[in-house]
Design a protein around this ligand. Structure first.
Ligand SMILES: *Cc1c(COP(=O)(O)O)cnc(C)c1O
Length: 389
């Protein structure tokens, strides 16, 4: 699962772990109540590297970790991480025993699951679960009152399963309009009442994702799940102006020129010869392509990179492993090229790249493939912004 350690190439992602710690510390200041932060590090830490991110998040004040899959939880354990971990997706009853062995909490929302699993658990060990209720996301969770009642009845009869948490997930916490959020929140309160009438001291109640924690800290009970904004990214473009503090992006993407040439007027570039020089132009070749998750659409959507602090447009089609840019002037082979990040006074943010591809911030670091090594920085000097190499 981890990114390759050895790399001979001049293309890399840089992760600033001090920014991850900064984002956690700042978000914790938002809460008046005692708040447990669950750092969500699924999908290899949203492409940042799960283990490194988890370690930084725990240092920054997170107490719990969230992942999507059991194998992601096991990866954290195998790296020596002892903090509590919750698998947010469904795990099969047959695999619950593995969760118990690794001391991993599971998400559960089916009565049948409880019945099947109780016979498969090792003796004398308890499985910890968070029950998930679906208040309007329509994905996973207990949906109806009847399901809830029968689930609780079953659960109350099983000794080997401990109810550690209850949670739900919002569909629209990152939208300006709060009405659907409020509808879900109200349903959650109603379902909680039923649950708590039978289980009075559940350690963790949680509903919030990043958007909720940042915008509605009073509606987060005693835990919230900090995913996208842990990495310094906004949950959506439309709430950027509502963020309570300036998040610091941890992710940046860089490469170096491998060839520089002067082309005369009327020469074409790349597959399909879709770009033709209009005059004498300096062209640079950058060793990054769609197999690195740097999609072809970056070019047709008018994408550009930073070089020597200036913008340089991506020209012609992006290839599997390489692309070409139009240089502002002659520059040397080896010159640093920044696809996402800062050079001098200019920045290209993850949100810029996402909007170019007509998608959300979440997709950008996730789509940069394992072929691109992640390099970690940990500057402790007063939370600097994007460092320069
Ligand atoms: C991924 C995920 C989160 C994190 O959401 P962000 O918007 O990234 O903060 C929270 N809860 C669940 C159930 C998730 O799957």
């Amino acid at each position: 699962m981890a990114f390759s350690q050895i790399s001979y190439r001049d293309t890399w992602v840089e992760i600033d772990l001090s920014n991850i710690k900064y984002n956690i510390r700042k978000v914790k200041e938002r809460f008046k109540q005692r708040m447990h932060v669950m750092a969500v590090v699924k999908a290899d830490g949203y492409g940042h590297g799960a283990v490194k991110t988890a370690e930084a998040a725990l240092e920054g004040g997170a107490e719990f970790l969230g992942v999507a899959l059991l194998e992601e939880a096991i990866e954290l354990r195998e790296a020596g991480i002892k903090a509590p971990v919750l698998v947010l997706g469904r795990t099969k009853p047959e695999d619950a025993e593995i969760a118990v062995q690794h001391d991993i909490s599971l998400t559960v929302f089916q009565r049948d699951w409880l019945i099947k699993t109780q016979n498969l658990l090792p003796a004398k060990k308890k499985l910890r679960i968070h029950m998930k209720v679906d208040t309007g996301m329509g994905r996973i969770g207990i949906h109806t009152h009847d399901e809830l009642v029968s689930f609780l009845k079953e659960l109350s009869q099983i000794e080997s399963i401990h109810l550690e948490g209850v949670f739900t997930h919002f569909a629209t916490a990152d939208e300006k309009d709060k009405s659907y959020f409020t509808k879900q929140y109200t349903r959650f309160i109603d379902m909680l009442e039923v649950i708590q009438s039978q289980f009075s001291d559940i350690p963790y109640i949680h509903c919030g994702n990043s958007a909720t924690g940042l915008r509605y800290p009073d509606q987060c009970f005693n835990m919230f799940r900090f995913g996208i904004s842990l990495y310094g990214l906004t949950p959506s473009a439309e709430i950027v102006d509502e963020l309570p503090f300036q998040l610091k992006e941890a992710f940046s993407l860089h490469s170096r020129l491998v060839q520089v040439k002067k082309l005369s007027e009327g020469e074409s570039i790349s597959y399909g010869a879709t770009y033709t020089t209009e005059a004498e132009e300096w062209i640079g070749t950058v060793p990054i392509g769609y197999a690195d998750g740097w999609y072809r659409y970056h070019s047709s959507a008018g994408g550009y990179v930073l070089i020597d602090g200036d913008k340089a447009p991506i020209i012609g089609r992006i290839c599997m492993d390489q692309m070409m840019i139009k240089l502002p002037r002659e520059l040397p082979v080896g010159e640093k090229v920044t696809m996402i990040g800062t050079q001098k006074q200019s920045s290209i943010t993850v949100l810029d790249a996402a909007q170019r591809l007509q998608t959300i911030t979440y997709e950008i670091p996730c789509m940069i493939s394992k072929r691109v090594p992640r390099i970690y920085k940990n500057n402790n000097n007063n939370f600097p912004s994007q460092p320069e190499i």
